[in-house]
Design a protein around this ligand. Structure first.
Ligand code: ARG
Length: 561
């Protein structure tokens, strides 16, 4: 708790706030303080022995209002919090209810977040899980921190796949049939196309011709395009609803068809566009990057061209302070090139662009490929997780009335949580058993703890905030819970600052663990009114933080499990 304040206070002697934040630790025993700072890591840069560093830093914390005392022990600075101060803070936290952790640090600032950005007429597969849920979590976290957030789904709704699909539809189906069927059917046409084109390469010429007709606005081709888009969006929308994801804009690649020329003009005026084998590129040799291809020899524009147009449009429309792209690390080069080109163009927001990269998700049993058809659809993963959750709930709580709704919440929550547990950049190997383990670092574990709190509050009745006497909490387990409740706001801020939702994910698990330790050792609803009220208040504060934390992550918290 108070990590951010401590990090600020200790950012002295050449140490940065982040150095301190990352180094702060929970001591193994409570006699070593509520939080401690091991100073060993700093010895190299500061060129003095760790105990000397601890000594040097001690005066900087001793004066903070929430600090009772700070002791140097070897290379450690052990910090003890003032319990009266904590009690006051807990009161304030309880008064916030589910607004706990909110702040106004972002007031007056706008953040655009480009996330999910699925490709139309291609499957919404497990590979899109991370961008969708990390983007959704960042959206809510920034909102919680007071920013105006604009969520943008930069749909991949342009490209030769549309031509291919028209060829496939004409050959093996019809517009009416595709319109009446689902995304799986559409994908089967795509897969068949790629199988048959091996033997009939002329199909690719046909596909190119069809795509050209779409580009030219031909009405027949456009009718196909619209049907493909409708079928995909219907399917994708269902997944978004389940994942609690929303967008403020669905302006996809095709939206920029008429907005690229203006950008190309700027590039030309600045002499940045050069011809290379008939194509137009921006040279980036000076920055150790291959050229950024913007117009092909046949006049077709590219992904990067649309991205440049999109940036200008976003700046003009939303006047963003930051523009974030939640996109897999495979596109590192694309974004480095894009940001460099924007700098060369003297684009006003060039320094406010950020690529929020993340690792890959693979299934325990291997990878996937769209073309061969061995695709793992996100919808199927959610269905399977819900089905498995239902089985577990039927065993644990056969009398529950809302089994289906609870299973949906637990199953989907488990999948979402798994993509938000680690630092973004880590690759994930997805396993149903792991994410649904009720005793692991999982959504069900946290949801179960919330339901446990809710049940205690039903039994004990609403606690009386006006009569809070935290002196009735005398044990360390209780204080560990209070500390975790109070430091929730730090984790939300840190999550925003580093664009890492995992700080929130880790926090709710940590709090659940601490509460469960308290719960096992103490009855909540006891005879003594003061003790009962204090324990109920503690329980209530835990419920608030877990519910809010999960909801920032896009996960619901059933009242019963
Ligand atoms: N549709 C792209 C893909 O699936 C991601 C788009 C990301 N956003 C962007 N503005 N480039 O790879």
């Amino acid at each position: 708790m108070y990590e951010l304040q401590l990090s600020k206070a200790l950012a002295v002697e050449g140490l940065s706030e982040n150095d301190i934040f990352d180094a702060l630790e929970k001591p193994k025993e409570s006699k070593m303080g509520d939080i401690c700072l091991p100073c060993f890591k700093f010895a190299r840069t500061m060129r003095i022995a760790p105990p000397m560093i601890a000594n040097k830093l001690q005066p900087y914390v001793a004066g903070l209002d929430f600090v009772e005392r700070a002791e140097v022990a070897g290379g450690y600075l052990n910090i003890f919090f003032d319990r009266n101060f904590m009690a006051k803070n807990l009161e304030a936290s309880l008064a916030l209810g589910e607004n706990v952790g909110k702040s106004d640090e972002g007031a007056g600032k706008t953040i655009c977040i480009d996330y999910s950005s699925v490709n139309i007429a291609k499957p919404f597969h497990i590979g899109h899980l991370s961008t969708t849920v990390i983007g959704g979590a960042l959206y809510r976290i920034f909102e919680h921190l007071g920013y105006r957030v604009v969520g943008i789904n930069h749909l991949g709704d342009w490209g030769t796949q549309f031509g291919k699909l028209i060829v496939a539809t004409c050959k093996w189906s019809s517009l009416e049939e595709v319109a009446s069927k689902d995304e799986y059917f559409l994908n089967s046409l795509y897969v068949r196309y790629h199988r048959e084109v091996e033997e009939h390469p002329e199909m690719d010429d046909e596909a190119r011709a069809w795509f050209k007709r779409i580009e030219d606005g031909d009405s027949e081709a456009t009718a196909y395009f619209n049907v493909f888009k409708d079928v995909t969006m219907r399917a994708v929308g269902k997944v978004y609803d389940r994942l609690r994801i929303k967008f403020d804009s669905y302006a996809g690649e095709s939206f920029y068809n008429d907005k690229m020329d203006a950008c190309l003009d700027i590039l030309k005026a600045k002499n940045l566009l050069v011809e290379s084998e008939g194509a137009q590129v921006v040279k980036l040799d000076d920055y150790n990057m291959p050229p950024c291809l913007l117009v092909k020899a046949d006049g077709a524009t590219l992904y990067a061209t649309r991205d440049i147009a999109a940036v200008y449009y976003r700046k003009q429309t939303y006047d963003f302070d930051k523009c974030l792209y939640v996109v897999a690390y495979q596109q590192n080069l694309h974004f480095k090139q894009l940001f460099q080109v924007l700098k060369l163009m003297d684009f006003a927001g060039a320094d406010d662009m950020e690529h929020i990269a993340f690792g890959m998700v693979s299934m325990e049993d291997g990878a996937m490929s769209t073309r061969s058809g061995r695709v793992i659809w996100l919808q199927d993963v959610l269905d399977k997780a819900v089905e498995k959750a239902l089985k577990i709930i039927e065993e644990k709580n056969p009398d529950s009335k809302d089994k289906l709704a609870i299973a949906e919440s637990v199953g989907v929550g488990a999948v979402v949580f798994s993509a938000l547990w680690n630092n973004r950049i880590k690759d994930i190997v997805f396993s149903f058993d792991k994410v649904l383990n009720f005793d692991g670092e999982t959504a069900p574990y946290v949801q179960y703890t919330y339901a446990r709190c809710a049940s205690a509050l039903r039994k004990g009745g609403e606690p009386d905030l006006c009569n809070m006497d935290l002196a009735a909490i005398t044990d360390d387990e209780g204080y560990e819970v209070i500390k975790s409740v109070l430091s929730f706001c730090d984790s939300v801020r840190q999550a925003g600052k580093l664009r890492e939702p995992c700080y929130v994910t880790r926090h709710v698990v940590d709090l659940a663990e601490k509460f469960n330790r308290f719960y096992i050792g103490h009855r909540i609803v006891v005879e003594d009114a003061a003790v009962r009220n204090a324990r109920l208040l503690l329980t209530k504060s835990v419920a608030n933080v877990i519910k809010t934390g999960l909801s920032l992550l896009g996960i619901s918290a059933p009242e019963e499990m």
